[in-house]
Every structure is written in C-alpha cells, then in structure tokens.
Design a binder for this molecule. Structure first.
Ligand SMILES: [Zn+2]
Length: 185
C-alpha cells in the first residue's frame, strides 16, 4: 500500500483512515472542494434510481437488482453495485443494509475501498495495481464460468443480469484473490 508520507500528521495517519484521507488531500489540491467521508448510511428502497443522489444514502432497487450510492469517500462519484450471483449480495435485517463483497472504486481517482456492513462504512486497505488487475481478471473468469454453466444447465436466459448493465463491476474479493495468487505460485 502506498503511504502519503509527509502529507498527514498525528492520528490521521492511522491505517483505517488512510484511504479517505489520501483521497481528501488529492481532491482538495485539485479543486479546493473539501470532501466529507461518510461513516453511516441511510437506505431507500426504490423502483428506479433517482437522478440526484443524496450523500450517505444507499438506493436499493430490487426491480433492477441494483444498489447505487455516492462514493463514501466524499468524491461524489456514483457507485453502481449490481446484485447477482457473480456480483454483490445484499442483506437487509429490517433496519440496516449490508453489501458483500467489499466495494473497490478502482475506476475513480480516489481508489477508495470499503465494506458496507449494517449500514456503516468500514474502510479497507487500498489495493495495488497488480491486485486490481488480478481481481479484474478473476472476475472475468468467474463470470465466464458462471454464464457458461447457466447456459448449459438452464434455458432461462430471458432476464439479463444487472451485472451485464453495470457501469463499474470492479471490486475486490479477498478470498478469491488468495485463490488466484495460489494458482499463480
Ligand atoms: Zn471516492
């Protein structure tokens, strides 16, 4: 993991805050806009995802099997997490929402990486370029395998998976990453 040495001081250097602190620095330097990272999320069950997204809100569309929110680092990018057997899974316990696996916003400048657990943001380690590339390769293979299996096992292909429509399908899967590393070594 890259360290933003010299840019930060005091308790802000703690690893758990590393990702959004670094992101905040970059964004402030570029535009003067100060970002506020989100730690707690609300959720709204909707049919269609609204045009204007509120900060700190997860919009859950079961109709379109998709969850959308603004990046929790505060960079205001829109994060689309499709729900499917090869993408994310949502858990709703009646009060709070969790998404699995973690969300790695590798296509944004912030490269933020976090889990959403019980409507709270848990920050995770930023991935290296190699890890991101390997994760993407693994995702492609996992999807290929899944869709091939589906084609062979069932004729029900009328409903396209949300994953096929998603803008950003990149995210880490630490257990899969270990598997991939093991495969390489
Ligand atoms: Zn961000």
């Amino acid at each position: 993991m890259e360290e933003a040495n010299g840019l930060l001081s005091g308790p802000r250097k703690r690893a758990s805050q590393h990702v959004f602190v670094e992101c905040q620095y970059v964004e402030e330097r570029r535009s003067g806009f100060i970002m506020t990272p989100v730690t707690d999320l609300n959720h709204e069950f909707v049919e269609h995802i609204p045009e204007d997204l509120k900060d700190g809100t997860l919009y859950v569309s079961l109709t379109f099997a998709t969850v959308v929110h603004k990046c929790c680092c505060g960079c205001r990018n829109e994060v689309v997490t499709p729900l499917s057997p090869t993408d994310w899974k949502i858990t709703f316990d009646g009060e709070s929402v969790s998404l699995d696996p973690s969300i790695g916003n590798w296509s944004f400048d912030c490269k933020s990486h976090y889990w959403i657990e019980n409507s709270r943001v848990r920050w995770a380690r930023r991935w290296t370029r190699e890890e991101i590339d390997a994760g993407r390769t693994y995702d492609r293979l996992a999807k290929k395998r899944y869709f091939e299996g589906r084609k062979a096992g069932s004729s029900d292909s009328s409903r396209p998976l949300a994953s096929e429509l998603a803008k950003d399908k990149t995210r880490p899967k630490s257990s899969l990453w270990s598997e991939l590393k093991a495969w390489w070594s």
